[in-house]
Design a protein around this ligand. Structure first.
Ligand code: SF4
Length: 554
């Protein structure tokens, strides 16, 4: 039985009191909320806000929204207020939250595994055009984010999404977020194992389930059977990575406790091999440990990574086995290193059924509703009914006959969605930034797009894999710590002594081949205007000084 505020006696009686009693863990009997967020979740389950949105807020308008729903529970259904236009980054830390709130919302659509049909993509595009002023960004967790959403339109948007099997449930909030999956699951020629059945079973068990709707903080997960390790498994709370066990065959290696933002940590292996049909059990065990033992006193220590760091992999596995699974897990091998640095599936690739998939590169994930509809049209005109999104803010069209590939690639080029991008277009990510994000200090999306243009013009021959990740604030939505060049948005002082938008530079981070966090180059801050010059210099020096085969991150 799980520890919850509803059954404290049952669970507290069979659990030892933790030495981390002061961390607000339910398993240690701490059911009295220790901060405002915990109180808000105890007062009412976040999932319940949907009824109020449908029956009250959407009918009476923005001003009728209870503040604890507005800045709290609405996240359980993928809604955040967006930043009021025109407030500069210098005011972000000074103003009260309500002064930053616009009356419009960001709405996140969860796309588990990045898997869409063309029909679903068309509906996403139509909603964008009709209700979101054309916005529809592809995020680096395979989701789609709308902006400019009015509360009055939310029920109709849900109706349309749900009619085609899409949802915004727990797309944000202290909940099980989207389950990242290999965007080529079930189709790639080189696949070790297809994670789709396990992903679907996890969804069936945890989505819209009040057993998992009050977690200490967000819970991020990923599953991939691709040898390219294409789901950033190292930075998820739990991840399942395809491996071949020497005796038992294909299955998944379990990782826990990864996460960026403050105190970034790479996930650790439990050393356990799990067959496909047991992945959901292990997921449920790990998320239950997080719910019961996760730290709830301080938001800054509430991610699973802090518990894993304190316990270590061995104890974590033991608690998982003894208290949640009731059986031992099988020891298993680590995944092999991927054979290449690009993990985004961009370009034309062979499927296991002989057809092809085509990965295309929008600029920093920025597309619009009309373009999404055109992608759906183009895919269908070339015999495809399936699209995938990737964790690199890219998209993939599946199931294209070989003799239709060239025509599809030409059609994509005409939409500025190239399948043959430069390294810069391919490797640059940008978070939402100051255009819509209330935490932002600087602009990111336009700057990222401009940077791509500049670098393509200045370094036309550069064809190395390179990742340039741009954040609008010290958070880590665009994974700056694990980029070759990570750019953390902040105000900096320019030559004239004035405060302007700029970036703290981190160099040499990576995932995949040799994962590690980039070095924060002490004192190295560039203004936004200097950015193209700075990166051009860094890349030229790398090309001039590197030894044979040396990668940027080395
Ligand atoms: Fe907003 Fe900061 Fe996240 Fe960018 S990194 S989306 S600015 S919170």
């Amino acid at each position: 039985m799980a520890a919850t505020p509803q059954n404290p006696a049952a669970s507290a009686s069979r659990r030892k009191v933790s030495r981390h009693r002061g961390e607000g863990q339910w398993a240690a009997g701490h059911f009295t909320p220790l901060n405002g967020n915990e109180q808000l979740k105890k007062d009412d389950d976040g999932l319940n806000v949907r009824t109020r949105i449908e029956t009250v807020y959407s009918k009476r308008g923005f001003d009728s929204i209870d503040p604890s729903d507005l800045r709290g529970r609405m996240r359980w259904w993928g809604l955040y207020t967006q930043r009021k236009p025109g407030i500069d980054g210098g005011k972000t830390a000074i103003l009260e939250p309500e002064e930053l709130d616009d009356e419009y919302f960001m709405l996140r659509v969860r796309i588990d595994g990045g898997a869409l049909t063309t029909r679903q993509l068309r509906v996403i595009g139509e909603i964008s055009e009709e209700f979101a002023r054309g916005t529809a960004d592809i995020t680096d967790r395979q989701n789609v984010q709308y902006h400019w959403i009015r509360i009055e339109d939310v029920p109709e948007i849900w109706n349309r999404l749900e009619a085609v099997g899409l949802s915004t449930v727990t797309a944000c909030g202290d909940t099980p977020r989207v389950i990242i999956g290999s965007p080529v699951a079930g189709i790639a020629e080189d696949e070790i194992i297809d994670g789709t059945p396990a992903l679907e079973e996890i969804k069936r068990r945890v989505l819209n389930n009040k057993a998992f709707s009050n977690l200490p903080r967000k819970f991020k997960s990923a599953i991939s059977g691709s040898p390219l390790l294409d789901v950033v498994h190292e930075i998820n709370d739990v991840a399942f990575v395809g491996v071949r066990h020497p005796e038992h065959g294909p299955g998944f290696d379990v990782w826990v406790g990864g996460g960026l933002s403050t105190n970034p940590k790479l996930g650790v292996r439990l050393g356990a091999w799990v067959p496909s049909d047991e992945v959901a059990d292990v997921y449920e065990g790990v998320i239950s440990i997080f719910r019961d033992h996760g730290y709830r006193r301080l938001r800054t220590r509430a991610r699973l990574k802090f518990l894993v760091a304190d316990w270590g992999a061995e104890k974590f596995r033991q608690v998982l086995e003894d208290e949640y699974l009731g059986r031992r897990l099988t020891d298993g091998p680590a995944p092999e290193q991927p054979v290449q640095q690009w993990r985004d599936h961009v370009g034309v690739h062979r499927q296991k059924d002989g057809r092809c998939y085509v990965g295309l590169a929008p600029r920093v994930g920025r597309v619009d509703g009309a373009t999404l509809t055109k992608i759906a049209d183009l895919a269908e005109a070339h015999g495809s009914g399936r699209i995938r999104t990737t964790v690199e803010q890219k998209m993939i069209i599946l199931d294209v006959a070989e003799d239709r590939v060239d025509s599809l690639v030409d059609g994509l080029e005409a939409l500025d969605l190239t399948a043959r991008p430069s390294s810069f277009r391919r490797g640059t990510l940008a978070c939402t930034g100051i255009e819509f994000c209330k935490l932002a200090i600087v602009e990111t999306k336009q700057r990222g797009s401009h940077l791509i243009d500049e670098l393509e013009r200045r370094l036309p021959e550069f064809d190395e894999p390179i990742t340039i990740n741009i954040n609008g604030c010290p958070n880590a939505c665009a994974r700056i710590q694990v980029a070759d060049i990570g750019l953390k948005g902040q105000l900096v002082v320019d030559d004239r002594g004035e405060q302007v938008e700029g970036f703290q530079v981190h160099l040499g981070g990576a995932l995949g081949l040799e994962p590690g966090f980039g070095r924060k180059v002490r004192g190295l801050k560039v203004t936004a205007d200097e950015l193209p010059d700075y990166i051009e210099r860094v890349l030229k020096r790398f090309q001039a000084e590197r030894t044979d085969g040396e990668r940027f991150a080395a």
